[in-house]
Design a protein around this ligand. Sequence first.
Ligand code: SNW
Length: 288
Amino acid sequence: MTKRLNFRPGVIVAAAVATLLALSGCGGSTPASSSTSAENPYGLIQAGTVRVASLGDSKPYTFADAQGNFTGFDVELFKDVAHRAGVDNVVFTGQDFSGLLAAVANGQFDVGVAAIGITDKRKETVDFSDGYLAGYLTVITTKTSGITDANGLSGKRLGVVQGTLQEAYAVKNFTSANLVRFPDNNTAIAAVNSGSVDAHFLDYEAAKAYQEQHGLVSAADIPSFDAPAGFAVAKGKTAFKEALNKGLAEAMEDGTWKKLYQKWFPGSPMPEQYLPKAEQTATPAPSK
Ligand code: SNW
């Protein structure tokens, strides 16, 4: 049974049910309503608050700092965009990546923000905002593993986080590697460090951060420009999605996107397509 309430005819019934539940105190954790109203134009679980499903260990995209506060490129960009859409109360919760899109689809969260690549397959489950980041998927390994390129993965144990594009790519393309599935990056990196897997396959910038932290090295970068990251929203939340797209376009045009990119991804090649129009040239972005 779906908790998502339908638009139009259902709206009055939904409001009545929500009121009854609220009055009787039986609402439990069921979203009060996902339909739109004057007080809740985006149909958020709770008017005025955006509940975000995210990840605690994908630095510098999304991560929890020492105090447990969520930060990173995606986090700061999303907060900025939500502010432009008129919502300042943004609550992030860490999830396993494998459950993230389902949790958004079934209404436990208003949005998923975690460097989530937009693909046709995922669009069967959720809708996406416009893309805001496109980069590489990276294999990292120890200095002593002997793995220096994708061919070197043959017969080796390669970690992937369940449900990621890395998992799908490895299943298809790294057929002679032995895949080991992990719930999150931290456990996979711990396995690399302890030697129980030979390498881990994750997003480029997160790979860079783990390399610096643990003295690991990059063995291969795989382009993933056809799956730019987007904000995932439940299907049918059109007003919310459109407000996010409008905010994203503004954040790109006024240089906020660029500022955040330089803050969180220093030294990485600057993609042109998200820069203010005046800064885009006919010259292709420098290749890596
Ligand atoms: O497809 C890339 C995109 O081009 C950009 O580099 C950001 O990361 C991606 O969206 C891929 N991210 C993975 C995925 O969507 C893993 C997500 C994660 O670990 N948080 O499955």
